[in-house]
Design a protein around this ligand. Sequence first.
Ligand SMILES: N[C@@H](CCC(=O)N[C@@H](CS)C(=O)NCC(=O)O)C(=O)O
Length: 111
Amino acid sequence: MKDGLEVTWGSGSPNAWRVLLAAEMKNIPYTSKLIEFSGDDIKKPDFLAINPRGKVPVIRDGNYSLYESLAIMAYLERRNPKPARPSSFVIGLDTPSRRVSIKSTQTKGAS
Ligand SMILES: N[C@@H](CCC(=O)N[C@@H](CS)C(=O)NCC(=O)O)C(=O)O
């Protein structure tokens, strides 16, 4: 199991940029893992075990993993409340109609 935050992203992915920007703005150190959409990285069983939808962004934080960019942003906000995110950064994230429920997937055999 790796310590610290790892962000898996793909070039040209605005959903992944959202997560990378949030980590940067909140000064959260992370390991960047760039995958190639042209390869089969996101269709491999170990990736699908983390995100069955086979999409980025995905994070790992120790043995915890999470997908869906808004859920990841909510997680990062709770993990590192300071500095607080700008209120305009994730408009509506905290409103009841957009409330994000965080479901975790346990990473099996993560190294
Ligand atoms: N609702 C998801 C959307 C994730 C998504 O669509 N990711 C795209 C890149 S922006 C992706 O991984 N596409 C690769 C594919 O579908 O093969 C989120 O916000 O994280």
